[in-house]
Design a binder for this molecule. Structure first.
Ligand SMILES: Nc1ncnc2c1ncn2[C@@H]1O[C@H](COP(=O)(O)OP(=O)(O)OP(=O)(O)O)[C@@H](O)[C@H]1O
Length: 280
């Protein structure tokens, strides 16, 4: 059977201009079911702005955004219950116990999976009798993640979701994230400065620099086609190769095919090295 998938999130030539700053510039991207997209970029690159636009929290200056098949500024309440979001600084439910907070939160989501909730409470070692305002930053983040994911949203948007989690909680959460996307046919967009996490779980990398999306491709293709090349004097690159940055006689390129240029020295890079080479 030929199943044509519709994107769960689509940006078409989107720009977001604040008074004196272009936070997003002519950005186009499509997220399909099963994609776990890791969003990487320096502080101020525009990651949070992109996410907030995707949710309709802020309006783009121009361009078109479609979220779960609907124009983002007119999202139906049904679509809203299929989106999960954890902002950089989760807030809310002060004055409630975890148990009561979850009870209230659950009532908004018909698809809430109580078993998943219980499993994650255990995994994050949260005591449901504890008051939300007394939770540590990491515990608060864990609770926010449970609240955003226990109803298996179709679209999950996480702004640095694991920054305050310890390595054990982080690792567990990250592997679950991937499973959730595959099992539920969801799409996940998450930002993180922890490149090793991104490398481990993301199916796709979205790389932003100063408001522009300069790379969006499958992680395996990033490993194969994004290279730091050492060029001999006068050497010219041809074809589809795209130069991302120049560092003296070295160039960081995309769309490189080693078989096509056997004479050019290319260095394999992990994501952290790629990030450094891009911003030097
Ligand atoms: N409400 C706003 N008014 C004016 N400028 C803003 C506003 N929100 C964001 N900006 C600016 O837009 C740019 C992008 O900000 P954004 O928060 O999207 O970056 P980011 O990539 O998420 O950064 P970080 O990694 O530090 O969280 C920054 O220069 C920021 O100062």
């Amino acid at each position: 059977m030929d199943i044509k998938l519709e994107p769960l999130l689509e940006f078409c030539d989107v720009t977001k201009q604040f008074v004196d700053k272009t936070a997003i510039s002519k950005l186009s991207i499509q997220l399909y079911p099963g994609m776990v997209v890791g969003l990487l970029g320096q502080n101020g690159a525009g990651k949070s702005t992109l996410m907030r636009c995707a949710l309709g929290i802020i309006e783009p200056s121009c361009g078109k955004i479609t979220t779960l098949g609907e124009p983002v500024q007119q999202l139906s309440s049904e679509a809203k219950t299929q989106i999960g979001y954890v902002p950089q600084q989760p807030f809310g439910y002060e004055g409630f116990s975890i148990s009561r907070a979850l009870e209230l939160h659950r009532s908004f989501y018909p698809e809430w999976d109580i078993e998943l909730e219980q499993e994650w409470l255990q995994r994050f070692d949260l005591d449901i009798k504890q008051q939300v305002q007394r939770l540590s930053v990491g515990q608060r983040q864990s609770l926010a993640l449970i609240m955003a994911m226990a109803y298996r949203p179709k679209l999950l948007i996480l702004d640095e979701p694991v920054a305050s989690l310890d390595p054990i909680a982080r690792r567990a959460f990250m592997s679950d994230l991937f499973e959730l996307a595959i099992e539920s046919g969801s799409a996940v967009l998450f930002s993180s400065h922890i490149t090793s996490d991104l490398e481990r779980v993301a199916s796709h990398l979205a790389l932003m620099r100063e408001g522009e999306l300069i790379l969006f491709k499958e992680m395996d293709s990033v490993r194969e086609e994004v290279k730091l090349l050492t060029l001999a004097e006068g050497e010219v690159l041809e074809g589809d190769i795209r130069v991302l940055n120049r560092l003296g006689n070295k160039v960081l390129v995309d769309n490189f095919c080693a078989a096509q240029y056997p004479e050019i020295k290319s260095e394999p890079m992990n994501l952290e090295q790629l990030f450094m080479a891009l911003h030097q």
